[in-house]
Design a protein around this ligand. Structure first.
Ligand code: UDP
Ligand code: MG
Length: 326
């Protein structure tokens, strides 16, 4: 998409929810990575309404280091919203999204930057292994990514989280996508460009516990499927058509039964059953069709850009992303 500047600014965006304990170690490791990359950098910590002293820890870290910025959210808005808040402030030529619990090893950023310098627009972390996760989490994650692949047309790679590096152009497009129910890893793959995988081993949490209980995981899965697929709506239409075909066969069947065996036929039976089955089918069909239109309105109301300008010739500046809605 764009050429890579020699002297670049690296933005590192990390959402934090009750991560006070692990945060200093996280910053230490990120700083070590930045030192090895020898690049200008900013670290944006988003405090997502933590109930522990994450905010004061983060602010102390920021006092000691001008590269660190802290975004404090009014309350807990959730992981994806926190990432978005940080992303909106990130000014870097390359923007990294990383969890602050050290499950995403910061050292992987070095390889991501290398891929980016070679011309990749997105270098996403792909988990080779996941240490310290329950068998249940591993199984549900696996099933979820397989289901998502079947239901959606965009090619969302399996076994990825939000841990990734994006070129500034990708980050700008992502910033324009203001949809409410966010599934960032899917949105980034929807954008396209040159996206490459960087394999890594996911580590156990440094401290604290997961903030994704089953309830949040389910809500996240529904967000992911509904924002990338209208297949569930279409299923209603298919169901309706199936029922209508069944009703047709039943009509024929009952008609034949009546002709062949008129004395064993209960009067009124056929008409009642047929009415129920037929109108049930018609109603479902109507619902399905309405669903299709609602689905399309839903797509339109998300206001995603219809295409992405690669470059405007001759050398006029590419319009930048509008300021994020408040
Ligand atoms: N997080 C957040 N807000 C939330 C939940 C989580 O900012 O409401 C952050 C959390 O601090 C961590 C990242 O998002 O840096 C991923 O969360 P977590 O580690 O709990 O998820 P898991 O790795 O277990 O899927
Ligand atoms: Mg985690």
């Amino acid at each position: 998409m764009s050429t890579r500047p020699v002297d670049f600014l690296l933005s590192i965006v990390a959402p934090c929810y009750n991560e006070a304990e692990g945060l200093p170690e996280f910053i230490r490791r990120v700083k070590a990575v930045c030192a090895r990359l020898a690049c200008r950098h900013e670290i944006i910590l988003v405090n997502d309404g933590s109930r522990d002293h994450t905010l004061s820890v983060a602010r102390d870290l920021a006092l000691a280091d001008p590269a660190i910025k802290v975004v404090n959210l009014l309350r807990n808005f959730g992981h994806q919203a926190a990432v978005t808040a940080g992303l909106d402030l990130a000014a870097g030529d390359a923007v990294v999204l990383i969890d602050s619990d050290l499950q995403d090893p910061p050292e992987v950023i070095i390889e991501m930057v290398a891929r980016w310098r070679e011309g990749a627009d997105v270098a996403y972390g792909q988990r080779r292994t996941r240490a310290g996760e329950s068998a249940f989490k591993l199984l549900t994650a696996k099933l979820f990514y397989r289901l998502l692949r079947r239901l959606t047309r965009s090619d969302i790679p399996a076994d990825t989280g939000d841990f990734r590096l994006m070129d500034r152009r990708v980050a700008e497009v992502l910033r324009e996508m203001r949809e409410r129910h966010r599934f960032i890893r899917g949105m980034v793959s929807w954008i396209g460009g040159r996206q490459v995988a960087v394999a890594y081993d996911r580590e156990p949490r440094f401290a604290g516990s997961t903030k994704y209980p089953l309830r949040k995981m389910l809500a996240f899965a529904v967000d992911a499927i509904t924002s990338f697929s209208v297949v569930p709506l279409r299923l209603v239409t298919y169901l309706a058509i199936t029922i209508l075909i069944l009703a047709l066969f039943t009509t024929v069947g009952l008609f034949i039964a009546k002709l062949v065996n008129p004395e064993h036929f209960i009067p009124g039976y056929a008409s009642i059953i047929l009415t129920i089955v037929f109108f049930g089918g018609v109603q479902l069909l109507a619902l399905g069709i309405i669903g299709e239109y609602v689905g399309r309105m839903f797509e339109a109301s998300k206001g995603r850009p219809l295409y992405i300008v690669e470059q405007v010739y001759p050398n006029s500046p590419v319009p930048s992303a509008p300021p994020p809605a408040a």
